[in-house]
Write a new protein. Structure first.
Ligand SMILES: O=C(O)C(=O)C[C@]1(C(=O)O)C=C[C@@H](O)C=C1
Length: 274
């Protein structure tokens, strides 16, 4: 039986691209979910074995609600993948950009193309569940006057015309996706970890944690603060670190556990950076 992997959106979306670059398409079945919450529900209920979820983009930044979902459901990150993102404006053939009155796409995709649409004042932007679904609906229902922003290759999938290629604000546009599971596994071949901790509201408490990481030769690649619900204006920190020796990470984590509050390892995995 093929492994079920939950993703946000449908075939033709960036999530689907990420999923097929992470897994052998013949061995897995993509479970299409309309929302990030739906993707988590699929994983938590056991309907899917794993989930592929976008977590941050190089133009639009962190998808903070997705960090919240990982923490609230105590999920583990078991892999990561960086996908080059290209947004292409598509519509039914026979139209030009002047004919479009609306463009529908995923909120993150619209953010990443804000400069292009500032110049197209006649176009009304509308959020949709992903990039591919509005394209599929435009094609199925033959809707004129409406465009979609889709990855390369998706126009052909739905027989749509590419009106403008690569309309993202910056040609260097990558989204980082994580693979989520209910439980992590002990894989010795890891060089990256994500951890979460809170600290006492005291001068120097974050510096102590960061110095401990430096002392064990952990290289910090990201630090993200996230509000602690029920503790107003207090924040937890989510940190990504890389290391050449997993033992260094274990030792550092044990030290950090002594000087922080609620330390949690959210995952140890192999870096997806090339
Ligand atoms: O709609 C899609 O194509 C998606 O896979 C969603 C998503 C996202 O969640 O950030 C994925 C990558 C791009 O950054 C834009 C949108």
């Amino acid at each position: 039986m093929r492994k079920k992997i939950a993703m946000q959106g449908i075939k033709g979306s960036n999530h689907y691209k990420a999923l097929t670059e992470l897994f052998d398409e013949d061995e897995v079945e993509a479970v299409e979910c309309n929302t990030f919450q739906g993707l988590i529900n699929s994983l938590v209920s056991g309907a899917s074995e794993k989930a592929v979820m976008a977590i941050e983009n190089s133009i639009a930044g962190s998808i903070l609600p997705n960090y919240r979902l990982i923490l609230d459901h105590k999920l583990q990150v078991t892999a990561e993948h960086y996908l080059n993102i290209s947004h292409n404006l598509v519509a039914l053939p026979g139209q030009t950009i002047e004919d479009l009155v609306k463009v529908k796409s995923h909120q993150m995709a619209l953010h990443q193309c804000s400069n292009f649409f500032t110049e197209q004042r006649h176009i009304h932007l509308i959020e949709d569940v992903d990039t591919a679904l509005p394209a599929q609906i435009i094609a199925q229902q033959q809707i004129f006057g409406v465009g979609a922003l889709v990855p390369k290759g998706t126009a052909e999938l739905f027989n749509l015309k590419v009106i403008a290629e690569d309309v993202q604000n910056n040609s260097l546009n990558e989204t980082r996706f994580v693979v989520l599971e209910k439980q992590g596994h002990t894989n010795p071949d890891v060089d990256t970890a994500t951890l979460q901790f809170e600290i006492a509201h005291e001068s120097g408490s974050l510096a102590k944690v960061l110095n401990t990481m430096a002392g064990f030769e952990l290289n910090l690649s990201k630090i993200q603060s996230i509000p602690i619900p029920n503790d107003i204006w207090k924040y937890a920190f989510i940190v990504d670190v890389s290391f050449s020796n997993p033992v260094h990470f274990q030792k550092a984590f044990s030290e950090i556990s002594k000087i922080s509050i609620n330390p949690t390892c959210i995952g140890q995995y192999k870096s997806g950076k090339s």
